[in-house]
Design a protein around this ligand. Structure first.
Ligand code: SIN
Length: 299
């Protein structure tokens, strides 16, 4: 057994770790203090982390000195991992990791530099969107580079009755390519997709309001990043309704802004949140490793 799989195996023989789950006032999220993901995580500790993930939607674990193998193995405990369609940005030898980075080495982008430029839920353009994602900080800029998370349960609660009547029971289309062209011409991160890649990211439809499969809570499930329109509404109305829903999704009081520190691992629930990369000055280097865990077909 490798060190990583040993450290993160799901057997219950490992000693419990002493850690605290600390929430902060107001916004979504919690910090797990004292947990070391390079050490074994037994079933009981895993259960606490899982519960905290469901309750708080985004978990911050500071100073995790872990390898890609650790990150992959820990992610796998939550489900099957998804491989990103932009294969050139996958970590060599570890296709489960997408490199999110603005760094250019020897004239080549080492990662996807504009990931998260628009609010989105990871892989909502797939039939089986992501349950959750983990980002592990590798290299951070001295300014900027924050990631923002918005609570989509609270967003749904904020939708007024008249708007609820319009969207309840409706489906929306999600497309990877919807804003791809737009972003493609703003930077050089996005090559033309091959027909094989296009076949992997065909437009899908999901309910506008989804039910979290583990908590039963309702959440808005549209985002400016990938949602193109609401089915069955005239184009203008669909556009207006989506703009209203997007505005309600990012109310200040429902947002957690993550300010990255070295070796942070952040694990969020894509069924409960949307997120946004705030960006950093182009000359400052930023690199993170992302794993995404496959979720259910939204209902
Ligand atoms: C992402 O959307 O997965 C990237 C977020 C970030 O770079 O902060």
């Amino acid at each position: 057994m490798s060190a990583a799989s040993n450290a993160l195996s799901s057997n219950d023989s490992a000693q419990s770790q002493t850690f605290e789950i600390r929430t902060w006032p107001g916004a979504v999220g919690a910090e797990i203090i004292g947990l070391d993901l390079a050490r074994p995580v037994n079933v009981e500790d895993f259960g606490r982390i899982h519960r905290a993930h469901l309750d708080h939607h985004v978990l911050v674990m500071r100073d995790q000195r872990i390898t890609p193998e650790h990150q992959i193995a820990f992610s796998r405990r939550f489900g099957e991992l998804q491989i990103h369609v932009l294969k050139q940005y996958l970590l060599a030898g570890h296709p489960e990791i997408l490199i999110v980075s603005n760094i250019v080495e020897h004239g080549q982008n080492i990662g996807l530099g504009d990931a998260g430029k628009f609010w989105h839920s990871d892989l909502s353009y797939k039939e089986l969107p992501s349950l959750g994602s983990m980002l592990h900080a590798q290299e951070l800029p001295s300014e900027g580079g924050d990631t923002l998370f918005a609570d989509m349960h609270k967003a749904w609660e904020a939708v007024p009755d008249a708007l609820r009547k319009i969207v309840e029971g409706r489906q929306a289309a999600h497309s990877y390519t919807a804003r791809y062209a737009e972003t493609r011409f703003e930077g050089n991160w996005r090559p033309t997709l091959t027909s094989e890649q296009l076949a992997q990211v065909k437009e899908v439809v999901h309910p506008v309001v989804r039910t979290h499969p583990e908590t039963g809570r309702k959440a808005l499930f549209v985002s400016e990043g990938f949602t193109t329109h609401i089915l069955g509404l005239p184009q203008d109305e669909s556009h207006d309704v989506l703009q209203q829903l997007y505005a309600l999704s990012v109310l200040e009081e429902n947002i957690y802004r993550h300010r990255w520190q070295p070796h942070d691992l952040v694990f969020w629930d894509n069924r409960s949140l949307i997120h946004l990369a705030a960006g950093c000055p182009a000359h400052l280097r930023r690199k993170l490793y992302r794993t995404t865990i496959q979720g259910n077909a939204p209902f």
